[in-house]
Design a protein around this ligand. Structure first.
Ligand code: ATP
Length: 281
């Protein structure tokens, strides 16, 4: 029964139960195409994500990770199932969900500062001009772009543009941050440093995050939980793994731990086993 039917007044444990189902995908599935050509990409999937959890969605290419993220973002309509956020049904995009895509999506005619301020004026219209400027400065400083606030996107490197995208998403203070391979288009060094920045930002405010990634090390370093999907079509979440490392975490020393190596091997095994036994997508 969805949490909307629970009354906190009647049941003192309802609020903690609700927190464990802050984001609830209830039997979500997605098919593309119609009639005889319809293909069920995502089979009915039930996932509950707790408030403040950092959850990664890991799986083989084409299994439907981005489709699930887009459904949560409200950009793609599920074929079946219900989606709940903070006890309310979701059926379209909203300011309560912030998305960071692999390709930085900045307005090219606006500076870094203006990009963040513009998004703030749309998503948090209650902020006045000076509060908006303050929030913008705060988040651009946090991602080490204090010196580049007035540059246009074309004057920023790919990593800097992605930093603006991350600052913009955090500044909107959404209930859930949705990250679709946010570092996928970056070189290894930039990716490494941005993962650490994201971890630092997240540890400061513990926002609920769902991140799609192909990268097992990235998933372990950042997440509380890793949801592993199998090969599509008809893919779903086949493993739900708690990452056993305390917070705050130092991703640079984690690989020294035996538990890290065991988890890494187990995840890679799942992904490769599925690759050899699954249907081609
Ligand atoms: N609008 C669409 N119309 C038809 N098929 C689609 C559409 N969007 C996605 N698909 C198909 O759904 C499947 C899953 O795509 P999706 O992008 O969700 O996978 P993914 O796991 O995120 O892949 P990758 O890891 O390669 O980014 C793919 O076979 C894709 O071609």
């Amino acid at each position: 029964m969805p949490e909307t039917a629970l009354s906190t007044h009647d049941d003192p444990s309802a609020s903690s139960r609700h927190d464990a189902s802050f984001l609830h995908l209830e039997g979500i599935s997605k098919s593309f195409g119609s009639g005889a050509d319809a293909v069920q990409i995502v089979a009915p999937t039930d996932v509950r994500i707790g408030r403040g959890q950092f959850v990664s969605l890991l799986g083989p290419s084409g299994c439907g990770k981005s489709t699930i993220l887009s459904i949560i973002a409200g950009l793609v309509e599920p074929s079946d199932g219900l989606l709940w956020l903070d006890r309310r049904p979701i059926d379209g995009p909203g300011a309560d969900r912030g998305v960071v895509f692999q390709q930085h999506v900045l307005l090219p005619w606006m500076s870094a500062r203006e990009n963040v301020e513009f998004a703030l004026s749309c998503a948090r219209p209650e902020l006045g001009a000076s509060a908006r400027a303050e929030v913008t400065d705060h988040y651009l400083d946090l991602v080490h772009l204090g010196h580049a606030k007035d540059r246009l996107p074309g004057q920023l490197s790919g990593g800097m543009q992605q930093r603006v995208g991350i600052a913009r998403a955090f500044s909107l203070e959404p209930k859930v941050l949705l990250l679709d391979e946010p570092f996928g288009a970056l070189d290894a060094l930039t990716r490494h440093s941005l993962q650490r920045e994201l971890l630092r930002l997240w540890e400061a405010d513990r926002r609920t995050v769902v991140m799609v990634t192909h990268d097992v090390d990235e998933a372990i370093a950042l997440s509380d939980r890793i949801l592993v999907m199998n090969h599509g079509p008809d893919a779903t979440v086949t493993r739900d793994i708690s990452v056993p490392f305390d917070r705050p975490r130092d991703p640079d020393t984690l690989p020294d731990e035996a538990a890290y190596r065991r988890l890494r091997t187990s995840l890679l095994d799942s992904l490769t086993r599925d690759e050899t036994t699954g249907d081609a997508a």
